[in-house]
Design a protein around this ligand. Structure first.
Ligand code: AMP
Length: 205
């Protein structure tokens, strides 16, 4: 049995056609159900639906053999015990610093609101910019507007969300896309099966 961890939303929508091309299909009745373990067209492959941020956790501990997660999530998680095998080039965006204006970044201690605590810390540390990180779980764009922080670190795709909230993308931290990750022990014990899937997915890109 091979278990693949996926998350609902953006990644699942863009992953399903790719998996279908590689030979793995999940029926609409399964997808539209409230089930968290989904059957596929293949008896020896099941899909589990977890939160985006939990994909590397399930894969790291071997509860899933493979998974698909955004690079943002992998950077934040630290991604130990798993191999990042393929860049799927889907769900692409950028991790950026945004603020009302560039002047707002000129601070002795920069207040940064983000859910990407580790990535933000690492980025400002490398720039030798002292900062105070304020962890938020959503609606980051609000923070500089109401004076909670000087800037935010968040994902930017079209830039429309920032613009709608009077913010400007100012500094690029990382290019983000979805990655196929594999549990390091599964990679050894289920090597043939996993390698077959990796090539099938690679050929579907
Ligand atoms: P946009 O307005 O197109 O720049 O999109 C920005 C919003 O969508 C932010 O709230 C981001 O957190 C979210 N977002 C954009 N791209 C992605 C992605 N690839 N994965 C997850 N969230 C994203």
């Amino acid at each position: 049995m091979l278990t693949i961890a996926l998350s609902k939303g953006r990644i699942l929508q863009q992953t399903l056609p790719l998996l279908k091309k590689a030979g793995l299909e999940i029926a609409d009745t399964e997808l539209n159900s409230r089930k968290l373990i989904l059957d596929t067209n293949l008896k020896d492959v099941k899909v589990i639906i977890v939160r985006t941020t939990d994909v590397p956790v399930f894969v790291q501990h071997g509860a899933a053999d493979m998974g698909i997660a955004g690079k943002d999530v992998l950077l934040e998680h630290g991604a130990s015990n798993l191999f990042e095998i393929l860049d799927l080039n889907i769900a692409k965006c950028k991790l950026m610093v945004a603020a009302k204006s560039a002047e707002h970044l000129q601070q002795n201690t920069l207040k940064v609101a983000t859910k990407y605590v580790n990535s933000a810390k690492r980025y400002f540390q490398e720039k030798s910019q002292p900062c105070e990180i304020i962890k938020l779980y959503g609606a980051m764009e609000l923070a500089p507007v109401v004076g909670l922080s000087h800037c935010i670190v968040d994902l930017v795709d079209t830039g429309n969300t920032l613009k709608a909230n009077g913010l400007i993308p100012l500094e690029h931290i990382e290019d983000i896309s979805s990655r196929l990750v594999v549990n390091s022990a599964s990679f050894k014990t289920k090597n043939a099966q996993i390698k077959t899937w990796i090539s099938a997915i690679e050929n579907s890109l």
